[in-house]
Design a protein around this ligand. Structure first.
Ligand SMILES: [Zn+2]
Length: 224
């Protein structure tokens, strides 16, 4: 039996979301974006969700161990029997250790950690060019997908704005946090021989082709 137990890593704006969608289709894997899973658990009011909510209501970080238990609930379900694609967890080496122990306790382990990398200036260029229309949230990019008239939505004529999240200062802060937390994690997975790197500055189709080929090989190797 060959499982594809995958972790997806990379800075914001490197194209993780796009690639995740395609991989889920290719390999029929459930996709677990940590933020979504936590929010769903809180909304469902499950025991773990209520526990997580307590921390959130107090404005505290949800502890690694609790996030991991919420994720493991999904990983233990039938849909993840042949593998899963995790996004947003682990972000730190401490979280990676918690996950590793939880998987180990079930006789499972990660197959690979997929890193889609892009240099900071490229990430800033991609994200800071985004413009959103105030009326319906239509998305444009000043460089890659500009509207016909600058600052005006093609579809409804409303004004285009740059969200605070897309301002260069905010992006730089997020990148700072990303580097601080995730560089050690990248090294950790590299040392374990689990890391696979993909150049996020390439065209999405090309990145997808590389990841697909890599995973197909890993699957084959696991079946031998
Ligand atoms: Zn619009």
């Amino acid at each position: 039996m060959s499982e594809l137990n995958l972790v997806l890593m990379g800075p914001p704006g490197a194209g993780k979301g796009t690639q995740a969608e395609r991989l889920v289709d290719d390999f029929d894997l459930p996709y677990y974006a940590t933020g979504d899973i936590l929010r769903a658990a809180v909304k469902d009011g499950s025991e773990l969700g209520r526990e997580a909510r307590g921390y959130m209501d107090r404005g505290e970080l949800v502890p690694d161990d609790l996030i991991c238990r919420v994720i493991m609930e999904r990983i233990d379900s039938e849909e993840a029997a042949d593998g899963f694609l995790l996004d947003g967890f682990p972000r730190t080496v401490a979280q990676a250790l918690v996950l590793e122990e939880a998987l180990d306790g079930r006789g499972r382990s990660l197959t690979a950690a997929l890193l889609i990398y892009a240099p900071d200036d490229e990430v800033i260029r991609r994200l800071s060019g985004r413009r959103i229309c105030v009326k319906n949230g239509h998305v444009y990019h000043v460089e890659f997908d500009p509207p016909k008239n600058e600052g005006v939505c093609d579809q409804d004529g409303s004004r285009l704005i740059q969200r605070d999240d897309d301002k260069p200062e905010t992006i730089k802060k997020r990148l700072g946090v990303y580097h601080e937390q995730t560089e050690p994690l990248i090294e950790y997975y590299d040392d374990k021989g689990l890391l696979r790197r993909f150049d996020g500055t390439r065209a999405p189709d090309e990145v997808h082709g590389h990841i697909r080929a890599t995973l197909a090989t890993l699957k084959l190797e696991a079946e031998l």
